[in-house]
Design a protein around this ligand. Sequence first.
Ligand code: KIV
Length: 286
Amino acid sequence: MEKRKKVTILTLQAMKERGEKISWLTSYDYPTAQFAEAARVDMLLVGDSLGMCVYGYESTVPVTMDQCIVHSEAVRRAAPTAFVMGDMPFMSYQKSDENAVANAGRFLKEAGVDAVKLEGGVRVISRIKAILDAGIVVCGHIGLTPQSSGQLGGHKAQGRTVESAKLLIEDALAIEQAGAQLLLLEAVPPEVAGFITDKLSIPVFGIGAGADCDGQLLIVSDLIGQFQAFTPKFVKQYANIAEVITGAMSEYIRDIKAGTFPASEHCYHMLKGEEEKFKQLVKKYE
Ligand code: KIV
């Protein structure tokens, strides 16, 4: 297959302008990111969802910058041509503009990502501007924002009333005006997402936001059937890797118990002519 050119922010903007849909997946580790690169996904997000999908936490809140950097660096190495984005974890940008710039900068310096994402609309505009002033590409994230799900009363869809839809539109406009080059809408009605996508000139992505966005994001652990705790309504599961892995492990255990593994072909046999000498050696110990 022909080698792909690196996907950049200009590639994504051009895709929006010609109406070509953009594919986006989360990824947290080297092997999965290699598969995604081979499948030619346009973008990868090293989401703070890694807290739930990889570390088994109950929410994304405990995730640290150091964890995000380690996973982003592995994904970057595995996917050299995809557009890789680091996700700013809880309390990596909430304290101050300076704190936000320092942590966004770590993503670029230590992990080599192409952009960073942070949750929030109007209330994080000064953070977005500060990160942009440091020369870093920023993606906004509004709608269901898991880091502040306590304030939202849980993991609830947003924009389902006109009043709430208006707030989302105001957030989206403010994010674009601040200079962010990308926007993600999570768990938002398709008519609201479609309106925002048309209204904004930057690429707008949806996860649980209908088909009218410029691109779609899914959590890879949901797509491949690896995340077991729950399945959000917006997920389409394309494979059941949990079944495949558990099946393989059960078979391995059965083989051990039955003595059928390892078989002769899995053994390092003695070199030619050494077996006879070995038999003599064994006799000496009898
Ligand atoms: O961390 C993540 O994967 C995300 C998506 C749920 C949007 O932020």
